[in-house]
Design a protein around this ligand. Sequence first.
Ligand code: AMP
Length: 116
Amino acid sequence: MSEPSIFTRILQGEIPATIVAETDRVFAIEDIAPQAAVHLLVIPKTPYRDVAELAAGDPTLLAEMVAVAHDLAAERADGDFRLLFNTGAGAGQTVFHVHAHLLAGGSLGEKSLVGA
Ligand code: AMP
């Protein structure tokens, strides 16, 4: 068995974080190093490695992540948002438990590309 990811450890309460939303299968936290006025991470409780594995393995769960992101953007900003999945180390992925960066609030310039 591989070690639990940092996000699984947050979900289990072993590492502190601000959980801003939770459903049966998805949770969302504040990113520790925000890159936009609103920068949240939307994370499935099941730890798929990246968005490609998630989409192939459980597309409904991916759709649920998008729905949670949509609701959070409406709650915390004006409803417009950017969802970003870094996929692979070369693209800036550092945590290999799939997560969507939800960026919103203010004007999102080209610079709001996490890991760029
Ligand atoms: P990525 O580089 O796309 O894999 O994104 C990982 C994200 O996790 C980064 O934006 C980090 O700032 C964020 N992160 C890492 N550790 C924590 C933590 N303990 N609490 C909240 N966010 C974290």
